[in-house]
Write a protein that binds this ligand. Structure first.
Ligand SMILES: *Cc1c(COP(=O)(O)O)cnc(C)c1O
Length: 401
C-alpha cells in the first residue's frame, strides 16, 4: 500500500465514528464490474456495494440520466408532484404488481414504513394499541430503532433495548414456530424472502404458502423485505414472484437506485386504502426527482439489457461453480442461495480468506462470521465467474489448505 493511501486511512480513522472495521483500502473509481483503489490497483467486484450497483460502475447512460436530472431539478419536497416520482411509481407498480408506493431514502426507512402500515391497518380495525409483529430469527432489517426491533440478531439489539415492543420472533421455514407466536394481536408477519445478512437462507415454497394462507385467514399483513433479494438478484424482479403468491406489503431498496440512496415500501390497494393516510407518514427527501430519475433509468436498463436473463444463466453457473468448492475443501460445508445471491458456508471464520482474496484483486464480503456472500453486479459474465473462482480457490487453499 502506498504511503498516501495509508495516510488517508489514518485520517479517516481520526474523523469517522468507528462503527465499521473497514478493509484497508481506499476505493477511487469503478468501471464495469471492476473497482480501482487510489494506487490504481484493480479489483474484480463480487459485492457491488452490498447488492446495490447491479448494472456495474460507470454506466454511461445511467450517469447521463442523473446529470440531466441534476440540471433540471434535484429536490422539491413531497408537497408537490414531480415527474420522475410519478414515472418511477408507475414502473414499480409494473415490475412488482403492487398498487401503492411510498418512497424512502433507505432500506431501514422502508421497513419503518411497513411496520407503521401494519400497526395502522390493525388500529383502524379495533382502535387498540397493543398489536404485535412476528419477525424471524437471523433476520436483518436495518439499524433504525423500528427496523432494529424486528432484526433477529440479539447482538445488534442488546445495547439499544428497549426496542419498539410487541415483537415476537419465529424461525424462517418453520411454520409451526410462526403459528406458535400468532395471537389475536398479531398485525404483521415480516421476513426476508431470502435472508441476506443472516446467512443466505431462501424461504421455502411451503413456508411461503402456509404463511400466506394464515395471513389470509386471520387478516394479518404478510410483509416481505426484498431490500437485498429484490431487484432481479435471484432471477425474478422480486424474489417472491417465483412462489406464485403475493405479499400485502413489501420493501425494496439497495439496487433500486443503483447507488443513489433510495428505497420504497409498496402495498396492495386494499392495504393502501386501510392504513396510512394524509398526515400519517412523511419524508423530506424521499422520492425526490434525482432519486426517482435513478429508479426510472435503472428499471429501463434492466429491461433493455435483459438483466433477469443474465441472472438466470450466469447465476446458475455461479451456483454450480461454487458447488465445486464444497467438494474440494473440507472446510467448505455448503453452498446456499438463488441466482446471484449465493453463500458459501465454512466450518470456521472466513475473514482471512476475504482479506487474502482482496490482496489478489477480488472483492468479497461475509454474511455472519463463517459465510462468504456473493452478490456481484447482475451484469457479470461466466468469464468473470471463472476469474473469481481462480482467486477464490487460491485464497481458500493458501489460508486453509
Ligand atoms: C440492507 C438491508 C436493510 C437495510 O437497508 P439500509 O439501506 O442499510 O437501511 C434492510 N433489510 C435488508 C434485507 C437488507 O439487506
Amino acid at each position: 500500500m502506498s504511503a498516501a493511501m495509508q495516510n488517508y486511512i489514518d485520517e479517516a480513522e481520526k474523523a469517522l465514528l468507528h462503527t465499521y472495521n473497514r478493509y484497508q483500502v481506499v476505493l477511487e473509481r469503478g468501471e464495469g464490474v471492476y473497482l480501482y483503489d487510489m494506487d490504481g490497483k484493480k479489483y474484480l467486484d463480487f459485492v457491488s456495494g452490498i447488492a446495490v450497483f447491479a448494472l456495474g460502475y460507470h454506466h454511461q447512460e445511467y450517469n447521463d440520466a442523473l446529470k440531466e436530472q441534476i440540471d433540471k431539478l434535484i429536490h422539491t419536497s413531497n408537497y408537490y408532484y414531480n415527474l420522475p416520482a410519478i414515472e418511477a411509481a408507475k414502473k414499480l407498480q409494473k415490475i412488482s404488481g403492487m398498487d401503492r408506493v411510498f418512497f424512502t431514502n433507505s432500506g431501514a426507512e422502508a421497513v419503518e414504513g411497513a411496520i407503521k402500515t401494519a400497526r395502522k391497518y390493525a388500529w383502524l380495525k379495533d382502535g387498540c394499541t397493543d398489536h404485535e409483529i412476528i419477525a424471524m430469527d437471523h433476520s436483518f432489517h436495518g439499524r433504525t430503532m423500528g427496523a432494529l426491533s424486528v432484526t433477529g440478531n440479539p447482538h445488534y439489539r442488546e445495547a439499544f433495548e428497549p426496542g419498539i415492543g410487541n415483537i415476537r420472533f419465529a424461525r424462517l421455514n418453520d411454520f409451526e414456530s410462526v403459528e406458535a407466536q400468532v395471537t389475536d394481536k398479531t398485525c404483521g408477519i415480516l421476513f426476508e424472502t431470502v435472508q441476506g445478512e443472516g446467512g443466505i437462507y431462501p424461504a421455502t415454497e411451503e413456508f411461503m404458502r402456509k404463511v400466506r394462507k394464515l395471513c389470509d385467514e386471520r387478516d394479518i399483513l404478510m410483509i416481505l423485505d426484498e431490500i437485498q433479494c429484490g431487484m432481479g438478484r435471484t432471477g425474478t424482479m422480486y424474489a417472491w414472484q417465483r412462489y406464485g403468491m403475493k405479499p400485502d406489503v413489501m420493501t425494496t431498496a439497495k439496487a433500486l437506485g443503483c447507488g443513489v440512496p433510495v428505497g420504497a415500501f409498496l402495498m396492495t390497494e386494499k392495504v393502501g386504502a386501510h392504513s396510512l393516510a394524509a398526515g400519517d407518514h412523511g419524508t423530506t427527501y424521499g422520492g425526490n426527482p434525482l432519486a426517482c430519475a435513478a429508479i426510472c433509468k435503472v428499471i429501463d436498463l434492466f429491461e433493455r439489457q435483459k438483466v433477469l436473463d443474465n441472472v438466470g444463466t450466469v447465476g446458475d453457473y455461479l451456483g454450480g461453480r461454487l458447488e465445486e468448492m464444497v467438494q474440494e475443501f473440507d472446510c467448505v460445508q455448503e453452498r446456499r442461495g438463488l441466482g446471484m445471491m449465493q453463500g458459501l458456508v465454512f466450518d470456521r471464520a472466513v475473514g482471512d480468506v476475504i482479506v487474502k482474496a482482496m490482496d489478489k484483486g477480488l472483492i468479497l464480503i461475509n454474511a455472519g462470521t463463517n459465510i462468504i456472500r456473493f452478490v456481484p453486479p447482475l451484469v457479470i459474465t461466466k468469464e468473470h465467474v471463472d476469474d473469481m473462482m481462480v482467486i477464490l480457490r487460491e485464497s481458500i487453499g493458501e489460508v486453509y489448505g
